[in-house]
Design a protein around this ligand. Structure first.
Ligand SMILES: O=C(O)C1=C[C@@H](OP(=O)(O)O)[C@@H](O)[C@H](O)C1
Ligand SMILES: C=C(OP(=O)(O)O)C(=O)O
Length: 428
């Protein structure tokens, strides 16, 4: 892909059914669970992107056969029926790139398996939090040695049977720590209980993990407020359908809210397992017309968008979408509860503040969010830096007449994103 792409508003109101690729979060959960299951799983509707490719490659190095269809939308996984049996070459690091779900989920499963391996990632992944998770896994019996900075990737993991019992987590910097422990818990010697001492961050992702565990036969549940438990289980392989990615859908649905027309996303609705499927409520609060059935979401533009006060702690990945919607709104928007973004693929709060100011917005940056006052007129032809962050690129493509730098960074979760925009006449 070129080093930059010039994006403009659509030539007229969009009326389209647009389907994003499969959910990154559900695909990577299903791959891990299918790998640990007895028997074969057929995963349909999978996302094929950097984040899931590194997951498939890592599992393949550990004795799990993942056979992907040509478009990798279908993956047949031959499970190992328990812990991962081996690593092909313990000296060759397993590369998780910048995929947080792969880094966290695999660290836990490796720690629960009788293998020795080194896990490494991109320069950014080496800066992203692992501490509380690595410490919990060590307390469970794994031997973990960090080879660079303390409590960060790269690290060597010598796995062992997880003991089970109680793990207490103070407010983890990523909900993925919780999900990682839960995903590995069926391999433990005894039931694993996770106690979240200061509440549950991004609870929809934890609920998603519980649902996926139960889909593969695990006994996994909330036992009380902020306390989860998973019992030792031999998971069972199955046919599994991955929903379209709700985070990716926010960009497509916002097109109608911003530029007019009507966008429908089939296969994503009220019954979704993804918390970000609720982003349409944000669009409704900002003035769009929203209809959401059990398995479809429709957004129709009404010509007006107004500012709102948003706590996005349960939908952190939708923050940048909301920030660019705020640019088009008639009044100020406050986004709060998303300090977790400081440790995502970029410091997204700082990135959003910088790029929104290029477009004429007044922005006050807070530790956990942003105050955004939109300009009377959005600046045209600003060159948007994307910080190697797919969500910065996709969100800011909604800003109007902009140049998006390093558009290839969308390969992390939505490789064909700019092709979709081109099909709508939005790419020069
Ligand atoms: O469990 C998951 O699939 C995810 C959890 C969230 O991570 P954080 O809790 O680190 O924000 C989210 O940002 C990420 O895109 C996917
Ligand atoms: C934070 C994200 O991903 P991850 O943490 O899985 O790398 C994201 O997709 O916005």
């Amino acid at each position: 892909m070129t080093s930059e792409v010039r994006v403009r508003p659509p030539p007229g109101p969009i009326v389209a059914a647009l389907t994003p690729p499969g959910s990154k979060s559900l695909t990577n959960r299903a791959l891990v669970l299918a790998a640990m299951s007895e028997g074969t799983s057929m995963l349909r509707g999978c996302l094929d992107s950097e984040d899931t490719q590194v997951m498939r490659a890592a599992l393949g190095r550990c004795g799990v056969v993942c056979e992907a269809s040509e478009d990798a939308g279908e993956v047949r996984v031959t499970g190992v029926g328990g812990p991962l049996p081996r690593v092909d070459d313990p000296e060759r690091p397993i590369d998780v790139a910048t995929a947080g779900t792969a880094a966290r989920f695999l660290a836990a499963v490796f720690a629960a398996s009788p293998i020795r391996c080194v896990v490494d990632g991109s320069a950014r992944m080496r800066e992203r939090p692992m501490e509380g998770l690595l410490q919990a896994l060590q307390a469970q019996g794994a031997a973990i040695r960090c080879l660079g900075a303390d409590d960060m990737l790269p690290c060597e993991i010598v796995g062992a049977r997880l003991r089970g019992g109680e793990i207490r987590l103070a407010r983890p910097p990523s909900s993925q720590f919780i999900s990682a422990l839960l995903l590995a818990a069926p391999l433990a010697e005894a039931p694993l209980r996770v106690v979240l001492e200061q509440g549950t961050p991004a609870r929809p992702y934890v609920d998603m993990t519980l649902a996926c565990l139960r889909d593969f036969g695990a006994d996994a549940r909330w036992v009380e407020q902020d306390v989860l438990e998973v019992s030792p289980t031999t998971l069972r392989g199955r046919d599994y359908h991955v929903e379209p990615d709700a985070s990716a859908a926010t960009y497509l649905l916002s097109l109608a809210a911003i530029f007019g027309g009507e966008v429908r996303v089939p296969g994503l609705g009220r019954t979704s397992q993804q918390g970000d499927a609720r982003f349409c409520d944000v669009l409704g609060r900002m003035g769009a017309h929203v209809l959401q059935g059990p398995e479809i979401t429709l957004v129709r533009g009404t010509g007006t968008l107004h500012g709102v006060d948003l706590d996005l702690s349960d939908m952190p990945d939708t923050t940048l979408t909301a920030a660019v919607l705020a640019l088009h709104a008639s009044g100020p928007t406050r986004i709060r509860g998303v300090d977790v973004l400081r440790h995502h693929e970029s410091d997204r709060i700082a990135a959003a503040a910088t790029e929104l100011r290029k477009l004429g917005a007044e922005v006050v940056e807070h530790e956990d969010g942003l105050d955004i006052t939109p300009p009377a007129q959005i600046a045209q032809d600003a060159a948007i830096d994307t910080y190697r962050d797919h969500r910065v690129a996709m969100a800011f493509s909604l800003a109007g007449h902009v140049t998006i730098r390093d558009p290839g960074c969308v390969a992390k979760t939505f490789p064909r994103y700019f092709e979709v925009l081109a099909g709508l006449g939005m790419v020069e």
